[in-house]
Design a protein around this ligand. Structure first.
Ligand SMILES: [Mg+2]
Length: 305
């Protein structure tokens, strides 16, 4: 009887721990989106849709998964997070602020002269920015070298590379994918943001990448595909990727451009968004509304258990 009670207690504690973990991440994702909107307002435009779409992925990476020291961004034991899509810098700055690597107040300098936060990600400017991205298709090649080096040195740190689905058009991405699998670099996790859009239009119409999961598997990767706006699914996918041994892992994340802000989810020109000066407050109001409504739903579910 005592044993049963103890097991029940353990199970209940595990459920509560997981619920708290998810709720913490949901709040982090909300703040990342809010940071991105505030930065967007500074410039009046930008890659806002991508930032909102990938916020859940970054929340899970930076506040749940990455082994890092916010006060020492160059710590040798840190997990490396490579942003090869330099135009997503606004999203990464939002996450770096949430993770405590750069001060939240600094975000208002975004894109201005003398700022450490240029509009495209550059390693020499920003603490926590591992590589200068933007010329697409180089992140995974750099990850190859870093991961080989870490293994050679016996350093247990992991290498993550966030790619876009448009970046799968680059041949160098697939050369690196072959190399990483060939060397059995299970310290690499690639994350692909599949928002089905790229600069010139819908991905499907530019260069078809589907069936994308099968392609990665054919290249020797452990491939996991999830709803990239589902925090629970993301947590499980990252945990699975870290535990998988003998081959690299890729997490293919289906995300929605503008996620969390209905006004922007439906915007036609979504790759590079222009948002009117009078619209920014609406975007923040809609974001808060959605966050609070989802919170109430979670509370109700919780009380039913
Ligand atoms: Mg895309």
């Amino acid at each position: 009887m005592t044993t049963t009670t103890s097991q029940e207690t353990t199970v209940t504690t595990a459920v509560t721990d997981r619920a708290q973990r998810i709720e913490k991440l949901r709040a982090a994702a909300y703040r990342i989106r809010l940071n991105a909107l505030n930065m967007g307002e500074v410039q009046g435009q930008g890659y806002i849709g991508q930032a909102l779409g990938v916020a859940d992925v970054l929340a899970v990476a930076y506040t749940d998964q990455l082994n890092h020291r916010p006060e020492d961004p160059h710590w040798d034991g840190r997990d490396r997070f490579l942003l090869s899509i330099g135009h997503y810098a606004i999203a990464l700055y939002a996450a770096l602020a949430e993770a405590g690597i750069i001060p939240v107040e600094e975000l208002e300098t975004y894109g201005s002269d003398e700022s450490r936060l240029p509009m495209s990600g550059m390693a020499s400017y920003t603490p926590g920015m591992e590589i200068s991205g933007g010329s697409l298709g180089h992140g995974l090649t750099v990850a190859t070298g870093m991961a080989l080096g870490l293994r050679h040195l016996g350093n247990p740190a992991r290498v993550y590379n966030l790619l876009s689905d448009g970046e799968l058009d680059e041949g160098s991405t697939w050369e690196a994918a072959m190399q990483i699998a060939h060397h059995g670099l299970d310290n690499v996790t690639a994350i692909v943001d599949v928002n089905a859009l790229q600069a010139d239009g819908p991905t499907e119409g530019i260069l078809r990448t589907e069936p994308v999961t099968d392609k990665w598997r054919a290249f020797g990767w452990h491939a996991i595909r999830v709803d990239g706006n589902d925090i629970e699914a993301l947590v499980d996918a990252f945990d699975e990727a870290r535990a998988h041994k003998g081959a690299p892992s890729v997490i293919i994340c289906d995300t929605r451009i503008g996620r969390g802000v209905p006004l922007l989810e439906t915007r036609e020109k979504a790759h590079f968004m222009r948002v009117g000066a009078e619209e920014w407050q609406t975007t923040r109001d809609q974001l808060a509304e959605g966050f609070n409504a989802a919170g109430s739903a979670t509370d109700t579910e919780g009380s039913d258990r």
